[in-house]
Ligand binder design. Structure first.
Ligand SMILES: *[C@@H]1O[C@H](CO)[C@@H](O)[C@H](O)[C@H]1NC(C)=O
Length: 475
């Protein structure tokens, strides 16, 4: 009785009120749960590729792929002496598998839109990629810390793999201060292609097996992402086959540049003041880059009034000092991804190769640039729906890569050996053009030099089939 308010009538009124209150709160909670479930399943629908409403899913995907990186002050890390606006780039999460579903098409289109607008996009690293990337950065620091003579001995006269000293590389005939370890396909002396003196084919001169294993693991992870990104782009371009792009990257000429940039007041004084890497575009299909927290990368988004074709006329050094560059601020746990020359070629410049350059900062800086490339023997042709007079002849990737390497390192022992042994001529043989437009050599029954070469090519092709989609660095 003490606790009762009023008589029994009031009590029943109070009970009704209590019931109503409970009902209302239950309903509220239930509706919140339902709404969030619906929202999640809308997104999950896209992720699981069962989306019914294209426009809705497109919204859901673009909304939930973290459209803008959160950076306190994006301008703060920009190298001194540069005028550029700091970019805020769209970040995508790459699904476990790409199947060509409607959701893949939507995601692919969103990525294409980001490239066409910004010239670059970000892909979030999954947990295992983070750990592999961390290890690769540690490896890189360890390598660049060893004495110069030991670093400099990591060269090979058959491949362009290995050490490139600060001030050695030329972009538009001006020295770059970047210090580099390049990794191309690591082939033993016994590989038929090395024996047959194919240009650029040879071993990678690793300083030790620890670096070899850490870097190869990193490249394999990037290779997986690279093929998935290419499949998404194929979906986004509405190509007839999801593997329209990845057909080129089977046993691709994937390579990596392990990069260190000195602090701007600690250069060796060999080049123009304070230059990291001069403006240029990269050669292949995809560039997947990562950087530490120092900052130094600038990119150039597509501008309507700018047309270029690096494979015909060098873009190196172009627009170097104008103001239309966009700074790429370091964002933790993302890769930055942009198209290379071959992507531009096969899409008739619908996806132009993104010009970029690197400035030196107040601290030394570590970065990686991974190139997800066509097979060396591949001849790239216009994609269905992107044919034009400009891309009607096809480009042989191996020749393009060799041309670019000869242009950038004319004095390297590798380039000298290519010239001395006239290895460029090998590029014109049918054995080197076995994938794509170039006529396939007629099968030869007889023994002898040519029959032998045919067998080598078959062996290489069979090997390529074996490693289909496994993105091995080494064959
Ligand atoms: C490579 O360079 C040669 C010689 O300059 C040129 O004729 C050829 O067109 C180039 N090929 C490619 C694919 O870039």
């Amino acid at each position: 009785m003490i606790c009762h308010f009023g008589g029994p009538e009031q009590t029943s009124h109070q009970r009704r009120l209590e019931f109503l209150l409970i009902l209302i709160s239950t309903l509220t909670i239930a509706s919140i749960m339902l709404a969030s479930l619906a929202l999640r399943s809308a997104v999950a629908g896209c992720r699981n590729y069962q989306c019914k409403n294209f426009a809705k899913c497109y919204q859901a995907i673009t909304k939930f792929t973290r459209p803008f990186a959160t950076m306190q002050d994006k301008q703060a890390t920009m190298p001194p002496g540069y005028k550029a606006k700091a970019g805020a780039f769209q970040t995508f999460e790459i699904p476990q598998q790409v199947t060509g579903s409607r959701g893949d098409i939507i995601l692919g289109k969103a990525m294409i839109n980001a490239w066409r607008r910004d010239g670059i996009l970000q892909v979030s690293m999954d947990e295992s990629q983070r750990s592999v990337a961390d290890k690769a950065f540690a490896t890189s620091q360890r390598y660049f810390d060893i004495p110069y003579d030991r670093k400099a001995s990591c060269v090979n006269d058959q491949s362009f793999s290995g050490y490139i000293a600060s001030g050695e590389e030329l972009t538009d005939n001006i020295a770059d201060y970047s210090e580099i370890f390049t990794v191309t396909k690591d082939l033993p002396q016994s590989d038929p292609r090395v024996k047959a003196k194919w240009p650029c084919h040879g071993p990678c001169p690793w300083p030790d097996t620890r670096m070899k294993s850490s870097i190869k693991t990193y490249m394999n992870h990037l290779g997986d992402s690279g093929d998935k990104i290419l499949q998404l782009i194929a979906c986004g371009l509405e190509l007839p086959d999801i593997n329209e792009l990845t057909k080129y990257t089977r046993d691709g000429w994937h390579h990596l540049r392990v990069l260190r940039f000195p602090a701007r007041d600690k250069t060796n004084g060999k080049g123009k003041d304070g230059r990291g890497i001069g403006s240029h575009t990269d050669y292949g299909l995809l560039v997947i880059a990562s950087q530490d927290s120092v900052g130094g990368l600038f990119i150039r988004p597509p501008y309507k009034d700018e047309k270029y074709a690096n494979w015909e006329k060098s873009v190196a050094g172009a627009y170097e000092n104008d103001h239309r560059w966009v700074y790429v601020p370091p964002v933790p746990n993302v890769f930055t991804v942009f198209p290379g020359d071959m992507m531009q070629y096969i899409t008739n410049s619908y996806l132009p190769s993104t010009p970029h350059k690197v400035g030196l900062n107040n601290d030394q800086r570590f970065a990686f640039a991974y190139f997800h490339e066509p097979n060396f023997q591949a001849t790239l042709e216009a994609l269905p729906g992107f044919e034009s007079d400009e891309n009607s002849r096809g480009i042989h990737y191996g020749t393009h890569f060799t041309n670019m390497s000869m242009r950038n390192y004319p004095q390297r022992i590798t380039a000298k050996r290519i010239r001395a042994e006239n290895r460029m001529a090998v590029l014109h043989t049918p054995e080197l053009k076995t994938l794509g437009a170039a006529p396939k050599p007629a099968p030869k029954e007889e023994q002898g030099a040519e029959g032998g070469m045919q067998r080598i090519v078959d062996a290489v092709k069979n090997k390529a089939e074996e490693v289909f989609f496994s993105n091995q660095v080494a064959v």
